[in-house]
Design a protein around this ligand. Structure first.
Ligand code: CS2
Length: 495
């Protein structure tokens, strides 16, 4: 079956799903770096709601690498379907907030000019953890990062997100325009603070006086973003085309749940995202910590243990009773005690909701997708929690099993001896270490905790940590991940 392509011409037929505003009246107020599925199912959706009342906040998206999003969305006038799915069914809505998609490597100057336009008051980002070119253990920019080295040599044709932001801030200052606010929407700890620091570090390396300007004048509110958005599949595209009666080359599929908590620290104007369900708060830290440690910490543990158990998706992994009860234990007994109380955050119901969200049978969220870039994720998802537990003299058995599963995963060989396609910016270094160590648990654990950018200098020295991780790793390597889970439960039962 072939369908006509989705585009402005479908407004009449799809009226019930259509954006509730005149798209020709929209102006660009936001430039978003990293127009992946997550942005299009999250911030773009809140903004789409705002546009019905306030046309000043249209989004110009930018891809920092590939042209695929632009190539797919341009013939559709930037329109795409948002599909929300769970066990109950599927609902569709057409999102119109994206006015254009720029492809940075094709025309760096055009992106810098778009960010320096007078009407742009916000530059938001979802460039994933590795997009900040920082050391995840210390939160500081890596001067030896290839993109940083490139951006120092070519400040007006940069590659990295921080490089583009600096170039645009410089251009605005030269034109006498106020800086935009920088809104980080990635799963980093204190994400606003982290991006603020990385920008200052890059400006200092450039030797420009922009560093003190950024320190004093550029607002970088922190945010907690939450919505599970797996990569779109061909099967999704075919199903959505059947439902719409139009072919959409770039739809996004997500769970119904969505949350956005934003620190209200904008120096300039900002959209009224609160009218669309976002929360503006004075301090995001408690929300962010709870989300990174409970949701993302469980997600990464599920991804490594699930992948090694042969589970293709998170939902599939959650159908194993041993896995579901492991996640429940991890969240309740090891993570929650490390979280400060926050107004309006009921941890018990938050945990229950997470169990249901992970088990959503309509989402095919691949364990392999979440397993990606573990070196950038582990510190804020599991290791910070571990440090707090160690300081409190509390057990870390479940957290250690998650870390051990990551170690087994990055060896690049699964329990059946099959190769794993490990994607990680530190992959070469990890592989060098795992190849040299072999599959003996104590040696392998020792070799991997030596990566200071992940584990810092304290954890390798900690006996309790090393003992717990080595014991868990030994189980995984010798018995396989499903038996390691059974072993974990047996140990808990004996306590
Ligand atoms: C996931 C997140 O891919 C991953 O690492 O843990 O993308 C997760 O789905 C989101 O943070 C949910 O808000």
């Amino acid at each position: 079956m072939t369908f006509p392509r989705l585009g402005s011409g479908a407004a009449g037929t799809l009226a019930a799903l259509w954006p509730r505003y005149d798209r020709t009246k929209i102006k660009t107020g936001i430039v978003h770096l990293g127009v992946g599925a997550f942005h299009r199912a999250h911030q773009a959706v809140y903004t789409d709601g705002v546009l019905a009342r306030d046309p000043r906040w249209g989004i110009a998206g930018a891809s920092l690498r590939a042209a695929d999003t632009r190539d797919a969305l341009q013939p559709q006038d930037g329109l795409y379907a948002l599909s929300l799915r769970d066990g109950q069914g599927e609902t569709l809505r057409i999102i119109g907030a994206l006015r254009e998609v720029l492809v940075a490597p094709e025309a760096p100057a055009a992106l810098i000019a778009a960010m320096a336009a007078p009407d742009v008051r916000i530059v938001s980002l979802t460039v994933t953890e590795k997009g900040y070119c920082h050391d995840p253990a210390s939160g500081r920019l890596r001067a030896d990062h290839p993109d940083v080295i490139h951006d120092l040599a070519h400040p007006n044709a940069p590659r990295s997100a921080p490089g583009y932001i600096l170039a645009a801030l410089r251009a605005r200052r030269a034109a006498g325009l106020r800086p935009f606010s920088v809104l980080c929407c990635d799963n980093l700890p204190a994400n606003g603070h982290t991006v603020h620091q990385v920008l200052q570090d890059l400006a200092e390396l450039q030797g420009s006086d922009l560093a003190s300007f950024i320190r004093g004048e550029v607002a970088c509110p922190s945010t907690m973003v939450d919505r599970i958005v797996p990569a779109t599949t061909d099967e999704d595209r075919a199903r959505i085309a059947g439902l719409l009666g139009y072919e959409d080359a770039w739809p996004v599929v997500s769970e119904p749940f969505s949350q956005w908590v934003i620190e209200d620290q904008f120096r300039a104007d900002r959209p009224d995202w609160a009218a669309e369900g976002a929360e503006f708060v004075a301090d995001v830290a408690p929300f962010e910590l709870a989300k990174l440690r409970l949701l993302n910490g469980s997600h990464s543990s599920l991804a490594y243990l699930g992948y090694l158990s042969g589970d293709e998706t998170v939902a599939e992994a959650m159908t194993r009773p041993d896995m579901a009860s492991f996640v429940a234990h991890l969240m309740e007994h090891e993570v929650s005690p490390t979280l400060p109380a926050a107004a309006g955050l009921d941890l018990a119901s938050y945990r229950r909701a997470l169990q249901m969200r992970f088990a959503n049978p309509a989402l095919r969220h691949r364990t392999w997708q979440i397993a990606m870039d573990g070196s950038q994720k582990l510190p804020q998802r599991l290791l910070g929690t571990i440090r707090d537990r160690l300081a409190a003299g509390a057990p870390i058995a479940a957290l250690a099993l998650g870390v051990a599963a990551w170690m087994a995963y990055v060896t690049g060989i699964d329990g059946q001896g099959k190769a794993i396609d490990v994607r990680d910016p530190l992959r070469d270094e990890l592989r060098r270490r795992t190849d040299a160590a072999g599959r003996e648990a104590a040696r392998l654990a020792q070799a991997l905790v030596g990566v200071e950018a992940i584990f810092g200098t304290d954890l390798p020295q900690n006996k309790q940590f090393m003992t717990a991780v080595t014991a868990a790793l030994e189980q995984i390597l010798q018995q396989g991940a499903p038996s390691a889970l059974a072993w974990f439960h047996a140990c808990q039962a004996r306590l």
